[in-house]
Design a protein around this ligand. Structure first.
Ligand code: ATP
Ligand code: MG
Length: 553
């Protein structure tokens, strides 16, 4: 794909800042809250921030925004770090925790009080909301707004010492109750919460609010460009107020971009959590989800996700990207890298009646016709094979070029065979297909005789290994409506198909977790990391081979 020469709007802003000397370097960060698993949207944020730092010879920080003690868990810290590393976003030794800055945040709050820019307020949460007004009504000033600096210092100190119960007092910025921007109407900066924190334990019983903590975290780390998503656009004046009033030199600036949404999948933490809790999916890494852990388990590669994020680009308006674009990216990534193996997902036996009983021969099969560097392998051929059930029809429709009585097809990398009939059980199901082969037609023998229209794949029944394969469809179908009337997800009942009796080439039995392959005609498959056992791999279908999706060049 051609590289685009036009620069996105964030790069243009950074270019200008550097040219005007606002900053002399670029430093970015990824600041997740450790309250869940990362998803494809976060991947976009990670790669954007990391990519910008790299592009400008700057630095990229990894920082946990762990200022809310109620929802955060170490499990999430670990999963997030694993995901960021897997994506290749190298933060070197710059791993930070916002909770390590609690002391500085506290000191900055004291500074604001001393400057007359913050006050302790005794209104309840409900009253604060009511006093705040709305888009049409200006806010009303709190009766506690004009407390003296001395009183505020004393009360804030007592809040810190644990004298007051949760919710009884907050520290608020003294900004402007009449501001058209509701975020500026004396926002809450600190609250009392008698809660243990995963990092600081019981050291604190006051915790900073996001809008106060985040700009301070950025400023402490000398972040230059604090990139976040559009919903924070209205918070930018508050961000600027905090870094200015807290007297940071070279304050960072916030730039917003649109969130990434994908069609036909579930990204909201709230919905995913429910699917996990209801047992509808097999954990946060269920291959039908688009958490990074799920994509990795399904067989997506970091390269494919990077390509996807690049193709999507950076936008200033929210939109949904077609899930098929993600599939296009993984197909393109694996196409030349992976061997093309033979695997039968829905088997029926094919008996070649004129092939000598007990005989086995070895055939050389190229691993990837489009990439000779992958070399070739040997597979065995014999009298009894497995083929796909759909590759035989007793009464074929028009334009069916596979096996039907009297028709000749090519067995991939082997011989031509002509179908002679089939056997059926009492219910009329085909149990065995019969054929004869032509020894003159061996693949690679230079045989230049007649042509056949169909080529089908096969495995040798004698040494094929039985494995489980799992096929996936989108978990919701957007066209049918993502939500039901009662607000629950409208789930696709066919999102998972488990095939327990698939036959694969024997070499595939040795495949390890995360190994991936093309199964000819059936798609790309990856060994499941959770449910496989040594010698008994379970294969997840990453993606089928074809799609109607066309990339616009
Ligand atoms: P979610 O509600 O989906 O869990 P979040 O915004 O609460 O997302 P955070 O951990 O707070 O998750 O976000 C970490 C970073 O990732 C933030 O900078 C946020 O803007 C960014 N981010 C989150 N979701 C997306 C998305 N869909 N597209 C791009 N960036 C995102
Ligand atoms: Mg969040």
């Amino acid at each position: 794909m051609e590289e685009t020469v036009s620069r996105n709007f964030i790069e243009q802003e950074i270019d200008r800042d550097l040219a005007e000397g606002v900053y002399d370097h670029v430093q970015t960060r990824f600041p997740p809250e450790p309250n869940g698993y990362l998803h494809i949207g976060h991947a976009k944020s990670i790669l954007l921030n990391y990519g910008l730092a790299k592009e400008y010879g700057g630095k990229f920080n990894m920082r946990f925004d762990d200022t809310n003690p109620t929802k955060e868990k170490t499990e999430f810290v670990e999963s997030i770090l694993a995901d960021v590393k897997w994506l290749g976003a190298d933060f070197e030794d710059r791993l930070f925790f916002a909770s390590d800055y609690f002391q500085t945040m506290y000191e900055k709050a004291v500074l604001l009080i001393k400057k007359g820019k913050a006050y302790v307020c005794d209104l309840t949460a409900e009253e604060i909301r009511e006093y705040r007004g709305d888009f049409k009504t200006p806010g009303r000033e709190s009766p506690y707004r004009n407390r003296s600096v001395e009183e505020n210092l004393k009360l804030f100190e007592e809040m810190k010492e644990g004298k007051y119960p949760d919710g009884s007092k907050v520290l608020r910025g003294k900004i402007d109750m009449a501001s058209p921007n509701i975020n500026m109407r004396d926002p809450v900066l600190y609250r009392v919460a008698h809660q243990s924190h995963h990092n600081t334990g019981d050291q604190w019983c006051i915790y900073p609010m996001y809008d106060f903590a985040h700009p301070i975290e950025d400023a402490i780390e000398h972040i230059t460009h604090s990139i976040c998503t559009l919903e924070f656009e209205d918070h930018r004046p508050l961000y600027d107020w905090v870094v200015h009033e807290c007297e940071f030199e070279n304050p960072p600036r916030q730039i917003e971009f649109a969130k990434l949404y994908l069609t036909n999948v579930v990204t909201g933490k709230r919905y995913i959590k429910k699917l996990v809790e209801d047992g509808i999916v097999d954990g946060w890494d269920d291959p039908r989800l688009v958490s990074i852990a799920a994509l990795r388990r399904r067989g997506y590669t970091p390269e494919s996700i990077r390509t996807f994020v690049d193709l999507v680009g950076v936008a200033k308006a929210n939109s949904s990207v077609d899930y098929a674009l993600l599939e296009y990216c993984i197909r393109e990534d694996l196409k030349l890298k992976k061997p093309r193996m033979m695997a039968i997902l829905d088997p029926v036996k094919l008996v070649i009646d004129n092939y000598p009983e007990g005989r086995t021969e070895e055939l050389e099969v190229p691993n990837n016709l489009e990439n000779p560097e992958l070399g070739s392998r040997t597979v065995t051929f014999g009298r009894e094979l497995y083929i796909e059930r759909e590759d035989f029809m007793e009464i074929p429709p028009r334009k069916y070029f596979r096996l039907f009585p009297g028709n000749e097809v090519r067995l991939m990398s082997a011989y031509f065979v002509t179908c002679t009939g089939c056997e059926k059980d009492a219910d009329g199901n085909v149990t065995v297909v019969h054929a004869t082969y032509d020894p003159e037609t061996k693949s690679g023998s230079g045989f230049a005789g007649r042509k056949v229209k169909g080529t089908i794949h096969w495995v040798n029944a004698m040494d094929a290994r039985q494995v489980e394969c799992r096929l996936y469809e989108n978990i919701v179908d957007e066209e049918k409506g993502k939500l039901n009337e009662d607000g629950t997800l409208n789930l696709n009942p066919n999102s998972l198909t488990i095939l327990k009796k698939c036959y694969v080439e024997p070499a595939l039995a040795q495949a390890k977790a995360y190994d991936s392959f093309q199964f000819v005609r059936n798609g790309y498959f990856c060994v499941d990391c959770k449910d496989s056992r040594p010698g008994e791999p379970v294969f997840n279908r990453i993606v089928s081979l074809k799609s109607s999706f066309k990339i616009q060049k």
